[in-house]
Write a protein that binds this ligand. Structure first.
Ligand code: CMC
Length: 482
């Protein structure tokens, strides 16, 4: 009986379509079709079975209705492609410049709840890792998925130590830079240069090979970073000392003058905690760069150098350097209100404030503020801290910042600490890169193991000229622009 009603409905629909405009007919019939199915006792809308975890879309151009599955609070953008005006139509796409609302992968590495200010690596709260973990332990956690037991940790540490040296030609390569070359430029070039020293890294299909390259890069990153530091200062390079731990070795390679450097344990632990806080941050700009470039199946070193390049920018990791420049420019606490006024007028940005994901206080910034107190206890107060605190105090009271949910991010206070430790401003982002390395490595590996992933290749909405014939040079008018 139900199918008879449906059948007669469909027949009458085809004959009426001849008399009225298509869109109108489709809309009217979709409506009645829905009612009819409903009357027939079928739990449907527009002729499609409706489940609770789904999204029903009506295309008002055609009046057709579609049901899209919702999984993990997400629809598959590709499911929209079935929505077409006619058979020749390519199908509907989403327009999401800068990925404001697009999940590009499934990931088990880092969890962020931006509204509640929560950050966890592999389920562990950042606060606990910052208090209890070493950086290499966190690197293991991010890459292996679990905290290591003692034996696993010792093996991991040994492997890293085996690879801390770089080919001596890397030294010649770094020596080729001008004395005032930005250390991030040196870092990103040297990381990509590693691909020429390890052509075996092209074999990305072999898990053991991928592991070896990840260990290599994690081990060599501090050596390269330290060499860039020494080059900027005209100091001879200090080679890795494998009796030291990961962070201790890095500190020694940067600061040693004629013999092993005697580190201040509070400052060294502070640097280690800063590395932990930077170790991963899900699909940020640099990690997305590593994943996108890695999706072409290029070697790890080339993929990660793309991440270092992305981090260099002032809206990302370069913000720590930009904050210090901003504080220098403000000069004194008295100038803060005027600076804030300029920010509110849209003339300036308050560097170190705001975040794509955090819409409350960045949990890393909270921890960094605490580290700053410990560091300044040792080094004396960084005079710029007063300006930073005043900026934060005023900003957190101003509607401009409150209504936009702009809070200090990881970069607001980190530069002040790096400066107190003796690192020059243009070196801060290199320190961020060292911290982020394990995250890039883990995300690269996860991307390659993910069957859903293919080469990253977004679509576009073409806004250029229609087809036009080639005009020979002599016939072109200078006033005509492309
Ligand atoms: N100062 C003044 N206004 C800001 C700031 C800021 N730092 N950040 C965002 N806004 C305003 C922005 O102008 C916009 O206002 P309106 O709605 O009137 O147009 C609104 O807040 C939303 O900002 P958005 O630019 O749409 O936000 P986004 O998610 O695209 O950008 C951000 C995020 C981090 C790039 C941005 O907040 C920013 O440029 N901050 C300063 C640079 C910085 O500190 N970067 C480090 C980020 S954390 C570490 C890392 O990931 O590397």
């Amino acid at each position: 009986m139900k199918s008879a009603i449906l059948f007669s409905f469909i027949i009458s629909r085809s004959s009426t379509i001849l008399l009225l405009p298509d869109v109108l007919i489709n809309a009217i019939y979709s409506f009645f079709e829905g009612l009819l199915y409903f009357a027939c006792g079928i739990d449907v809308f527009g002729g499609l079975p409706v489940s609770n975890d789904s999204l029903t879309i009506t295309d008002n151009r055609t009046g057709r209705t579609y049901e899209l599955a919702i999984n993990d609070n997400t629809i598959r953008a590709n499911d929209l492609r079935q929505i077409k005006v006619d058979a020749d139509d390519f199908g509907l796409m989403t327009y999401d410049p800068s990925f404001m609302s697009t999940a590009a992968c499934r990931s088990a590495i880092t969890f962020i709840d931006g509204e509640r200010g929560i950050l966890r690596y592999r389920g562990y709260p950042i606060e606990q890792l910052a208090e209890k973990s070493s950086f290499l332990e966190v690197a293991y956690l991010l890459n292996e998925g679990a905290l290591p037991d003692q034996e696993q940790f010792d093996r991991w540490t040994d492997k890293i130590k085996n690879h801390t040296y770089v080919h001596t030609n890397i030294i010649k390569f770094l020596e080729g830079f001008r004395y005032d070359a930005h250390p991030m430029g040196m870092m990103l070039s040297a990381v990509s240069a590693l691909s020429t020293f390890y052509p075996d890294a092209k074999n990305i299909k072999d898990p053991e090979n991928r592991y070896l390259q990840r260990v290599r890069l994690l081990a060599k990153a501090p050596t390269i970073a330290a060499f860039a530091f020494r080059h900027s200062r005209g100091l001879p390079f200090v080679f890795p000392d494998n009796d030291l731990d990961y962070v201790g070795n890095f500190v020694n390679m940067t600061f040693s003058i004629g013999g092993r450097h005697k580190p201040n344990p509070v400052l060294q632990r502070a640097l280690e905690v800063l590395f932990v806080l930077h170790a991963d941050h899900e699909q940020n700009c640099s990690t997305s760069a590593v994943r996108a470039v890695g999706s072409s199946h290029v070697d790890l070193f080339s993929a990660v150098s793309a991440g270092v390049a992305a981090l260099y920018g002032p809206l990302h990791g370069g913000a720590n350097e930009a904050v210090i420049k901003m504080l220098d420019e403000i000069g004194s606490v008295q100038n803060v209100p005027n600076f804030i006024k300029e920010v509110k007028e849209g003339k300036r940005k308050l560097m170190g404030f705001g975040h794509r994901v955090y819409k409350s206080y960045d949990p890393r910034a909270k921890l960094i503020k605490r580290i700053a107190d410990e560091v300044f206890d040792q080094t004396g107060l960084n005079p710029k801290l007063k300006i930073a605190l005043e900026l934060e105090r005023i900003a957190l009271e101003e509607d401009y910042f409150v209504s936009r949910k702009l809070y200090p991010n990881v970069d607001f206070y980190s530069g002040l600490i790096y400066q107190a430790m003796g690192y020059p401003t243009d070196y801060f982002t290199v320190l961020f890169a060292l911290g982020r390395m394990p995250g890039w490595l883990a995300q690269w590996e996860e991307m390659l193991l993910d069957d859903d992933q293919k080469i990253a290749r977004p679509r576009q909405i073409y806004t250029g000229s229609e087809e036009r014939p080639y005009v020979p040079m002599e016939k072109r008018k200078t006033s005509v622009t492309a």
